[in-house]
Design a protein around this ligand. Sequence first.
Ligand code: ADP
Length: 317
Amino acid sequence: MRIGVLTSGGDSPGMNAAIRAVVRAGLSYGDQVFGIFDGYKGLVEGKIQEFTRKDVSEILNRGGTILGTARLPEFAYEQVRALAVKQLQRHDIDALICIGGDGTYTGALRLSEMGIKCIGIPGTIDNDIASSDFTIGFSTALNTACDAIDRLRDTSSSHQRCSIIEVMGRRCPDLALYSGICCGAEYIVTSQTGLDKEKLLDDLKKNRLQGRRHAIVVISENITDVYTLAQEVEDYTGYECRATILGYIQRGGTPTPEDRLLASRLGAYAVDLFHQNISGVAVGIHQNSLHYVSLKDALEMTSDRDVSLEELLTKIQ
Ligand code: ADP
């Protein structure tokens, strides 16, 4: 086979491990594998290069993506995707692996509808792809967030402060929920819980009156202006309060062993599926087994996997 691989949308640590696995697994089948640079944008522009084994050496432990990534909103137009199809035909590429989030999956689904064999691999730090229990990059981002929150806890405790920490996860609560649990946050505010400001302020005030030296609030991005919230906490509760937005720090860094392993498994699995004549699907992990669902189903699925964690939170907070 002649297989293309691209990374698209927001980058995530472990994407390189997935690229490496696709290339190495393809070569082990006797395939030719082509790296496509800068996502769908590079595909449309024909930024395509055949990869050897050596081209993916020494990247397993590197964050980011050696292929680069870019956004091309115009890929929603059929005329633009037709240019991508032409490029694939020009290079005789008969199968395409797209690593990214749900935008990337939508692009892959649209290409599938135009006759291209596509497989999606979940690469996003937000863990917002419901067809996989975990996405490539989530473990690393969680580690980074926990490390930062632990550090902030040290200084919060010394100074008797309240720390509000904003983590990523626009539509998915997982980074806030997992990091909040792992770091013993007093409050976790996510897109699912919503922000009950009055209750938060009252509880924090009670905390302080009970003599608790500090408080940690972990909040998902896009919920409120955390700097304003910190000021409100100071005014109402008497805690000195600081807000920290972790931002893009969470996107980078050396991928954890969990992310490397997940990426290696999913990359090789995608190549296996092409050889079983399966395409138009998204691969993922469920209860530690590899599986696949159609790209369409993957995009329509919603997740209910965090219910048990929310229950846990009610017992240990
Ligand atoms: P992510 O894959 O991380 O969700 P984006 O939402 O930015 O990131 O999507 C990545 C790319 O996927 C976009 O820049 C665009 O090229 C492509 N894409 C997104 N939505 C669509 C769509 N509706 N139709 C075709 N392509 C899309």
